[in-house]
Design a protein around this ligand. Structure first.
Ligand SMILES: Cc1cc2nc3c(=O)[nH]c(=O)nc-3n(C[C@H](O)[C@H](O)[C@H](O)COP(=O)(O)OP(=O)(O)OC[C@H]3O[C@@H](n4cnc5c(N)ncnc54)[C@H](O)[C@@H]3O)c2cc1C
Length: 417
C-alpha cells in the first residue's frame, strides 16, 4: 500500500504569511475561529516588508507609519498573540484534492485539509527573462525583491553602478537600497513620458537620491560576459540607442501574482490580473477557497493587502457556519485604458469590497479621470474623481459608482470617458 503522509485538519489554513495572511489570521482568531494555521515558505513570517527596509508601512491598517521590517514583526507577533499557529519554512507544493494541500517542511512532508482555505501568496516582479530582454546573461541582474533580499537579509555586496528599469514607487525603493549598499543608481529607465511614481516621490527621488530618469525609453540589451558591463537603451519615439555603463541592473515593478497554486489547482483566474477571479466577498471559483492581498491586485500597498485580510475573515466565518450559497452575480470588466479590475464579480447579497473600493490598473496617465460605468448600452454612472489615474500604481474607485447596476442585466464595464 502507498505510504500516506500525515494529515492535519485546522479550521482555516492561510497560505502565505505576508501582511494579508497575517491580518486575516489575527482577525479570524479575534472572531473566535479555533484553529487558524498560517504557513509560509520563508524563514520568518512577514512577507515582502521583511526586507523592504524603509518607512512607509502601516498607515491605513495600523494608523501609524513604520519601516517594513518593524511592520512585518508587528503583524507576525499580533497574529501569534491572538493564538494563530504560524509555521514557517513550510511550503505548499500542490493539491492532493480540491480542499487538501501537500506541504513540505523541515519536519517532512504532510497534508493539510482545512475546512476553509485562504490563498495569500502575494505577487512578484517579472524577472528579466519574462520581460524578454535580449543580450548576454551576466551576473548582477536582479529584481527589487532579489536585491533587497541580498542586501537586507543576507548582507551581501552588490555592484558599484546600477541602472534601474521602471519608475514606480518600488523603483525608488530599489534606488534607496542600492545607495545603502554603496552602489550608485546611475539611471532610471521608464517607458512612460514621466516616471510612474507620485510627483512628490519623483521630485524627492531625483533630488535626494540624485537619479536621472530616461523617459519613453526601454532596455534593449544587457551586455557583459561574467559580470554585467552595460545596458543598451532605446528611445521609444526616436529609436535612438545608447549604451550605459553599469555592473548592476534592477528590474522593478511589472508585477505578476504568485498564482501557481491557484492555477495548478484549477481555480479560475482573471485574464486581467492573472490572479484568482474573486467576488466582493473574496471567494474564488472553488467553494471554501478565498483569496486576498496582492495576488488579487498586483500590486497595491501593504496596508491595502492587510485590509483584504480583515475583510475576508467574516466571509470565511459565514462559509464555516454554512450561511447561504452565493447568489448569481454579474461580471465587472475593465475597459480602456484600464488593464484590470479587482474584484471582478458583483453579487446582490454580498458586502461591498474591502475599503469600499474597486481597484484598477491603467497604462495611460489621466489627470482628471471621468469614470464611466456601462451595462449593455446603458450608462450607469459618470463621475470625475479628484485624483489622477496613473501607470505604476493602483487607481482606487469608490464602489458607489456601481449604484444603479442591475444584477440581472449582464456584464458591467468600467472605463474612462
Ligand atoms: C521593494 C518594495 C517596496 C515596497 N514598499 C512599500 C511601502 O513603502 N509601503 C507599502 O505599504 N507597501 C510597499 N510595498 C508593497 C508591499 O510590500 C505589498 O503590498 C505587501 O507585501 C503585500 O502583502 P501580501 O500579504 O499580499 O503578499 P506578500 O508580502 O508578498 O506575502 C506573500 C507570502 O506568501 C508566501 N508564499 C508564497 N507562496 C507560498 C507557498 N506556496 N507556500 C508557502 N508560502 C508561500 C511568501 O513567502 C510570502 O511571505 C513594497 C513592495 C516592494 C517589493
Amino acid at each position: 500500500m502507498m505510504h500516506q503522509p500525515p494529515l492535519i485538519t485546522p479550521d482555516v489554513l492561510i497560505i502565505g504569511g505576508g501582511p494579508a495572511g497575517l491580518t486575516a489570521a489575527a482577525e479570524l482568531r479575534r472572531l473566535g475561529v479555533q484553529h487558524v494555521l498560517v504557513v509560509d515558505r520563508e524563514e520568518n513570517a512577514g512577507g515582502i516588508p521583511r526586507h523592504s527596509d524603509h518607512t512607509g508601512y502601516g498607515l491605513r491598517d495600523l494608523h501609524r507609519v513604520m519601516t517594513g521590517p518593524a511592520y512585518a514583526r508587528h503583524l507576525a507577533a499580533r497574529a501569534a498573540d491572538t493564538g494563530a499557529e504560524i509555521r514557517t519554512r513550510t511550503m505548499v507544493t500542490g493539491w492532493a484534492d480540491d480542499t487538501t494541500v501537500d506541504v513540505t517542511s523541515p519536519d517532512g512532508r504532510y497534508r493539510i485539509r482545512p475546512r476553509a482555505l485562504v490563498l495569500a501568496t502575494g505577487a512578484r516582479e517579472r524577472p528579466r527573462t519574462a520581460r524578454r530582454v535580449p543580450g548576454d546573461r551576466p551576473h548582477g541582474v536582479y529584481t527589487t525583491g532579489q536585491l533587497q533580499n541580498l542586501v537586507h537579509l543576507h548582507h551581501r555586496p552588490v555592484g558599484k553602478r546600477a541602472v534601474i528599469v521602471g519608475g514606480e514607487l518600488v523603483s525608488w525603493s530599489a534606488a534607496m537600497t542600492l545607495r545603502e549598499a554603496g552602489c550608485t543608481p546611475a539611471l532610471m529607465v521608464s517607458q512612460y513620458p514621466k516616471a510612474e511614481s507620485y510627483g512628490t516621490f519623483n521630485a524627492v527621488g531625483r533630488t535626494m537620491l540624485r537619479v536621472p530618469v530616461a523617459t519613453r525609453s526601454r532596455v534593449t540589451r544587457v551586455i557583459g560576459k561574467g559580470r554585467c558591463q552595460a545596458v543598451e537603451i532605446e528611445h521609444l519615439d526616436t529609436g535612438r540607442r545608447r549604451t550605459i555603463d553599469c555592473d548592476t541592473v534592477v528590474f522593478t515593478g511589472d508585477w505578476i501574482p504568485d498564482h501557481e497554486l491557484a492555477r495548478s489547482g484549477g481555480i479560475a483566474l482573471d485574464e486581467g490580473t492573472l490572479g484568482p477571479l474573486t467576488d466582493t466577498a473574496l471567494r474564488t471559483s472553488r467553494p471554501g477557497v478565498f483569496a486576498i492581498g496582492n495576488m488579487l491586485h498586483p500590486v497595491d500597498t501593504a496596508d491595502v493587502a492587510a485590509l483584504d485580510g480583515k475583510h475576508v475573515a467574516s466571509q470565511v466565518i459565514n462559509y464555516l457556519h454554512g450561511r447561504r450559497q452565493p447568489s448569481e452575480g454579474v461580471r465587472l470588466l475593465a475597459d480602456e485604458p484600464f488593464r484590470w479590475i479587482a474584484p471582478q464579480i458583483l453579487r446582490p447579497d454580498d458586502p461591498a469590497p474591502a475599503r469600499d473600493r474597486l481597484l484598477l490598473w491603467t497604462d495611460t496617465f489621466v489627470r482628471f479621470p471621468k469614470v464611466t460605468v456601462r451595462q449593455g448600452e446603458r450608462i450607469v454612472t459618470q463621475r470625475t474623481l479628484a485624483w489622477p489615474a496613473a501607470p505604476g500604481r493602483v487607481f482606487r474607485v469608490p464602489t458607489s459608482v456601481l449604484d444603479g447596476v442591475s444584477h440581472t442585466a449582464g456584464p458591467v464595464r468600467i472605463g474612462l470617458t
